[in-house]
Design a binder for this molecule. Sequence first.
Ligand code: HEC
Ligand code: HEC
Length: 369
Amino acid sequence: MRLVKRIVLMVLAGLVGLMVLAAVAVYGVTEARLRKTYQIDAAPPAIPSDAASIERGRHLVTAVSMCAACHSANLAAPDLAGNLFLDIPPARLGAPNLTGGAGGIGARYTDADWERTIRHGVRPDGTPLLFMPTANFYHLSDADLGAIIAYVRSMPPIDNQAPASQIYPLGRALMAAGQLALPAEDLDHRAPRIPAPPLGRTAEYGRYLTTISTCRDCHGANLSGGPLDEPGAPPAPNLTSGGALRGWSEADFIKAMRTGVNPAGKQLDPFVPYRYIGKLSDDELKATIYTSKPCRPPRWARGRHGLGAAETDFVLFVGSFCPQGKKEPTKVGIRPFQCRISPFATPRSCRLIESSMRRSSPTLGSMVG
Ligand code: HEC
Ligand code: HEC
């Protein structure tokens, strides 16, 4: 009996030892990613000072790019003075005070610091931010980024310290398992800037707008809908033609986004950020709806792809949206921004899949019309 007890104890001690070793390894691996410094050649835009640009900045901060939704506790009168944005088992995320007050970053940030943080997800000391929709903001034009910085700088300084962000053990385990990436890890920091289309009621501008806004975070890279990760959230509907908006007029769309009630009289789930989206101008909303209408339904492939150690399920979209008045898409192909592999898909994994599709298409996965 004694011997059995001893063996059981030894096995248990061994298991505990292994768990401690695994925890140390997870900590070490994730800490290296969190402390990594990124050298980024900042390309700060010119910062305007005229009233129209500052007003444009206000619109971007409070409606289009929704900075205020995270960086303000006071949603009725956003002051950008910081806010505990999220506290869930993987991480606590404090969105810092952006003003020049005590506890804020406004007084010490240079133009280059703003550009690196917003477009690249990298702090002034070179370390990566834990979270920010940087993949969207990466596409901000110089004019829009300049306007955002000008507006944030014009805010009255407020003394407030937002809670510090922290990754909890579950978050570290997810990071180590390749399930959670830091925004800076997903971006090509050296790629040339993509010129933004001119402001207007065009499909190109709509595509830009739905990218620097948040639509694609929930409705998918191709706006074709899908389930969301958040517990209790309804699935995000398909916004492309033939989807949820079939039969809607522009006026129906604008009304739904302004009131939160769709043409069928259904009150949209409070999860839909229509309080922000509804602040978009009529022209912006019309541009948004043009984007959502492909001239023919996108084709897609489903399959599995081995990426190093991990095999990933992916759904890859092929097809593009028509510019106004044209019947055929101008660009047909597999593009990273149309590639939705999993909620954690990175541009790198998209590129890998893209190149393997080029090589082995169409045998990879099954094409569905
Ligand atoms: C979905 C929520 C969300 C949105 C939208 C958002 N942020 Fe953030 N932001 C955060 C969080 C959370 C952090 C802190 C990340 C961390 O601690 O690593 C952060 C960090 C920052 C920082 C870095 C401050 C520092 O620690 O040095 C700046 C600057 C910033 N945000 C500006 C903006 C601007 C400008 C916008 C809009 C264009 C914006 N953010 C939109 C959540 C958000
Ligand atoms: C945080 C996630 C999220 C974001 C961001 C988001 N949506 Fe949605 N959206 C949803 C969900 C979830 C629904 C379904 C709501 C429901 O069933 O009540 C929805 C519904 C809609 C509907 C109504 C469809 C219908 O059948 O009535 C429209 C239109 C829409 N979204 C457009 C947009 C646009 C345009 C953007 C960007 C400017 C956007 N959404 C951003 C999650 C989101």
